[in-house]
Design a protein around this ligand. Structure first.
Ligand code: C5P
Length: 225
C-alpha cells in the first residue's frame, strides 16, 4: 500500500478549547491542551492528507506540514471549519465551550463598592460536530467526534454518535484515575456503526497515528505494515 495513503484527501481537525468573551478582558474556557487534536492533524498530514487545523488558544506549537487557523470562540471555530470548503474528513477533537455569554459586555465590567455580583446570562454555542455531520452534498465522507466521559463511557458514546450524526466517536475515559486532560496518554474506544473497538492505553501520538491509519483504511487505502 501507498506511503501517503491519504494523498488527495482534504481534512479539517478542530483542537484545543474555545474562549468565550464575557467582556474584553474576561472569558469562559476549559483546560483542553490541544495535544490530541494537534497530534491527529500531524498524523493525517503524515499520511498525505491536506490538513487544516482549527485551533483554539493553546500553548503548544503549530504542527509542521499543516495549515493552522487560530480562533478564540466557538462561533469563529465553526466559521473557520466551513471556510475550509469541501473536505473529505472532519475530526472534531476540540473541547468547545457548551455556552457563551448571551450579551458580552463591550467594555470591562467595573466592580463598584457595595455592588451585587453581576450575573452572566448564557446561551448555547453552535455544535460544530453536529453541523458538519448534517446530511447533504457538502457533508465530509467521514466525520469523527470525541466523547469524554467519566461514567458509562461506551453507552454514552454510542448514544452521542447517533445524536450528533457523525460516523465515528473516539470515546475517552476522563475519570480522575485516568486523567486524560493535559496528559500524554489516552485510553480510548473507537465506536462506529459496526461496533466498539477497545484500544490499549497509548501515547496521544500513537492514538493519533492509529486513528489516521483507520481513516486511511476507511478510504480503502491501507498503510504499510
Ligand atoms: O456534546 P459533547 O461536547 O460531549 O460532544 C463532544 C464532541 O462534540 C467532540 O467531538 C467535540 O469536539 C464536539 N463538539 C463540537 N461543538 C460543540 C460541542 C461539542 O464540535 N459545541
Amino acid at each position: 500500500a501507498a506511503e501517503r495513503p491519504l494523498a488527495g484527501k482534504r481534512a479539517v481537525v478542530t483542537s484545543g478549547p474555545t474562549r468565550e468573551a464575557i467582556d474584553p478582558v474576561r472569558y469562559i474556557s476549559n483546560h483542553s491542551s490541544g495535544k490530541q487534536g494537534h497530534a491527529i492533524a500531524s498524523a493525517l498530514a503524515a499520511l498525505g492528507a491536506e490538513v487544516t487545523l482549527v485551533s483554539g488558544p493553546v500553548s503548544i506549537a503549530d504542527p509542521p506540514g499543516v495549515t493552522t487557523v487560530h480562533v478564540d470562540s466557538a462561533d469563529q471555530m465553526l466559521a473557520a471549519c466551513l471556510a475550509a470548503g469541501r473536505i473529505d474528513i472532519a475530526v472534531c477533537a476540540a473541547a468547545v465551550a457548551d455556552w457563551k455569554a448571551a450579551r458580552p459586555a463591550g467594555s470591562k465590567i467595573k466592580k463598584k463598592a457595595g455592588m451585587a455580583p453581576p450575573s452572566i446570562e448564557l446561551t448555547p454555542n453552535p455544535d460544530i460536530l453536529a453541523t458538519l455531520s448534517k446530511p447533504g452534498p457538502q457533508r465530509p465522507a467521514l466525520v469523527v467526534g470525541f466523547a469524554a466521559e467519566t461514567e458509562n463511557l461506551v453507552a454514552n458514546a454510542i448514544d452521542k454518535r447517533q445524536r450528533k450524526g457523525c460516523d465515528w466517536i473516539v470515546a475517552n475515559d476522563v475519570s480522575p484515575a485516568v486523567g486524560t486532560f493535559g496528559s500524554e496518554r489516552n485510553t480510548v474506544h473507537l465506536i462506529s456503526a459496526s461496533g466498539v473497538e477497545d484500544w490499549p492505553t497509548l501515547a496521544k501520538g500513537e492514538v493519533a497515528m492509529r486513528l489516521a491509519g483507520r481513516i486511511a483504511l476507511h478510504f480503502g487505502r491501507p498503510t504499510k505494515a
